[in-house]
Design a protein. Structure first.
Length: 115
């Protein structure tokens, strides 16, 4: 198993990932926003929904929306997938979370306490 993956423990409600892996996965503010998005939205979501969400947080031009979509597609969503937070289907441009809300909140709280 990938040492970096962030997964809930099978034996209890603790997390089996190291804090450094969580920090690495959620280091970028956009990745934290994507994880927060999944706390309040049903899965799966489309890449365009995530871009729209990112665009509503600040005024973003059409060109910047395109850049945001590219950043999500090529960088942030694959990184979150590598760490086991989400599954990103690049063919269909859909994203699903792999962890329950409790594990997502725990990871966000861990990062916010130490940021």
């Amino acid at each position: 198993m990938n040492e970096k993956r962030f997964v809930p423990s099978n034996t209890d409600d603790t997390l089996s990932s190291t804090p450094s892996a969580v920090f690495d996965a959620l280091h970028h503010p956009l990745r934290r926003e994507v994880v927060r998005y999944f706390l309040n939205h049903e899965c799966p979501v489309s890449l365009s929904e995530l871009v729209e969400f990112g665009s509503t947080r600040e005024t973003v031009s059409d060109e910047n929306q395109r850049r945001l979509a590219i950043e999500l597609h090529h960088n942030h969503l694959p990184k979150l997938t590598d760490y086991g937070f989400i599954v990103y289907d690049a063919q269909e441009n859909t994203v699903e979370r792999t962890l329950d809300s409790s594990a997502l909140e725990t990871s966000l709280n861990l990062v916010s306490r130490h940021s």
